[in-house]
Write a protein that binds this ligand. Structure first.
Ligand SMILES: *[C@@H]1O[C@H](CO)[C@@H](O)[C@H](O)[C@H]1NC(C)=O
Ligand SMILES: *[C@@H]1O[C@H](CO)[C@@H](O)[C@H](O)[C@H]1NC(C)=O
Length: 238
């Protein structure tokens, strides 16, 4: 029987189709390998014969191509062989800093961790899921993961709102150098410090930004002249 008749004969065509499905299924299963914490720990980069894996929000990625960063002695070696989701935000690699819990983080902080996961999705090969906080023993997302994703979406909305608000009042130009320190200036208008109200909802902390106001706006409440800077100056040392 020639290949052509094999493929076109209805029964072997069906068999090939089943074979194809089986391969597809096998592929999707192997690309969705489930890891326990202990299994993932073996891929910490110390054994050069094994790939280097990291977990973030329960998704496991093969980062072997970034060996210089993730291998022993690399700046990101702390992430190898574990899920240290929180440290992507905190940069704290000591003790409990290396946890996958995002407890107590604000919505934008949670969003920054989700953004990191999306970076790995774009840049590295996903190889499976870590069973635990983010995925259950069947590889399905847990309530915790859904909660994290919902919180990150709220963070994204708040940031978008802040961006729209702040676009209404142009930002100061700024520069900084070791010798001269910092400077802010406005090509049009005068630099003033203003509160960022949405920031409180975002991080629980009040922060300020520099925005440019025209002469007619300078009487608005809440505008702060830089310390040591003239009321009418359009450049201020900071
Ligand atoms: C790192 O991985 C090696 C094997 O690849 C394993 O023997 C070792 O226990 C792991 N280290 C930790 C801290 O899990
Ligand atoms: C890192 O996290 C640990 C445990 O939560 C904490 O004790 C330590 O103070 C943190 N370090 C920094 C630099 O935040």
């Amino acid at each position: 029987m020639s290949l052509k008749t094999l493929v076109t004969s209805p029964i072997s065509g069906f068999a090939l189709f089943v074979l194809f499905l089986a391969l597809l299924l096998r592929f999707s299963i192997t690309s969705q390998r489930l890891f326990t914490t202990e299994e993932l720990a073996l891929f910490n980069g110390t054994d050069p014969g094994l790939p280097i894996l990291i977990g973030i929000l329960g998704s496991v990625f093969d980062v072997t191509k970034g060996k210089s960063h993730y291998g022993p002695g690399g700046g990101y070696h702390h992430f190898a062989g574990r899920d240290a989701s929180r440290a992507f935000f905190s940069g704290n690699f000591t003790g409990d800093g290396l946890t996958d819990s995002l407890r107590g983080l604000s919505s934008t902080e949670v969003k920054s961790v989700v953004d990191w996961r999306d970076f790995y999705l774009r840049s590295y090969k996903p190889v499976g899921k870590l069973v635990g906080r983010y995925y259950d023993s069947r590889g399905n997302p847990t309530k915790y993961l859904k909660g994290v994703e919902a919180k990150a979406a709220r963070g994204a909305q708040l940031l978008e709102k802040q961006k729209i608000e702040e676009a209404k009042q142009p930002q100061c130009s700024s520069k900084w150098s070791q010798d001269e320190g910092g400077e802010v200036w406005c090509d049009v208008g005068y630099p003033r410090l203003v509160k960022r109200p949405i920031e409180i909802a975002l991080t629980g902390k009040m922060s300020k930004r520099c925005a440019c106001f025209e002469e007619s706006q300078l009487g608005q409440p809440g505008l702060e002249v830089y310390e040591g800077c003239d009321y009418n100056a359009n450049r201020c040392k900071v």
